[in-house]
Ligand binder design. Sequence first.
Ligand SMILES: [Zn+2]
Length: 373
Amino acid sequence: MSRRNPTDRSRRERTKLGRTDSRRHHRSMLLQHLFGAGPASRADLARSSGLTRVTVSDLVAELIEDGLVAELGAPAQTRVGKPPTLVGLVADAKHVVAIDLSVDDRVVGAVLNLTGEVICRESRDRSGKRGEEAVALVQEVAAGLIERSERPLLGIGVATPGVVSSDGVVIDAPNLGWAEVPLAERLQHDLGHPVYVANDANTAVVGEYTFGGGDEDGVLLIRLSTGVGAGLILAGTVVHGRGAAGEIGHVQVQADGETCGCGRQGCLETFLAVPRLRRRLADEAPEAVLGDAGQRLGAALAPVVATLNLGELVLSGPLDLVEPLVLSAADTVRERVMPVSAEQFVVRASKLGDDGVLVGATGLVLAGELGVS
Ligand SMILES: [Zn+2]
């Protein structure tokens, strides 16, 4: 947007806004360093950020005043002279409320600290509640957790199945009966804290990247829950496509397969959705069921792995299902791609286990409020 005759006032405001933005950005750079690399001296921070020592000291003072950072004393080994004082992130400076709606017919929530550690939990039966009733239940669980948190709240992160816009509108979540629900805006209005809403697989991949040591060059996470979704991070950024990136669950992998919830036959989801796997495991041998499911997954993902030259594929979901799937999916991908694509390509279960989505929802809030990822 350009204006031909900007008044002095608007010019002043823009300059001021520019300064606030860069200050916020510089704060984020320092927090990012302390978050990713651990405690550091002010001189370390100046070196890593490229900011002047004066600016760093000034920003650190502000972060200490906010309680996000604290002085930790001097490191043990130092040369001659006054040893530098280290500063570090205060894990319990603020808390985050995280809600996971991807667990079948439950609303699972927790209070977590800034390092993704769970402080307390809450889990409620959804009892088939949909639409407005489901929104009210989410709000109730979040309000209860806010009450239980003993620290200032940084914000609320919600992970839901379905397609979610970047500003937290749930465009379509059939299991919850939501279509075009402005969930972030509504919860923020009613609960009085910043709210971030994202798709569950995208949330899980944020968790893996922020807290689970995810590969910097590219992580594809496949989330097995009521359905099957994918979250993709490339060059440090979640890929949204035109809004529905990661919707791999309804790719057909067998033309005459079982009928899927979407009405078509043989979608990937008919082989890998948790309720379907559990049903098959009730009357078939586990090796056969999980071996077959892993092969289907590997076959569907091999073209993606080769095209993007991905470093890492992470499977997230119930560990008793995910661990055996890792092996057969990895073998199938490797059989189907060139050695150059398979080299150093890793398939693993999420390190965050069942809490992956809750931890990821914390990551959404950290990224949005502090610029840390
Ligand atoms: Zn389908």
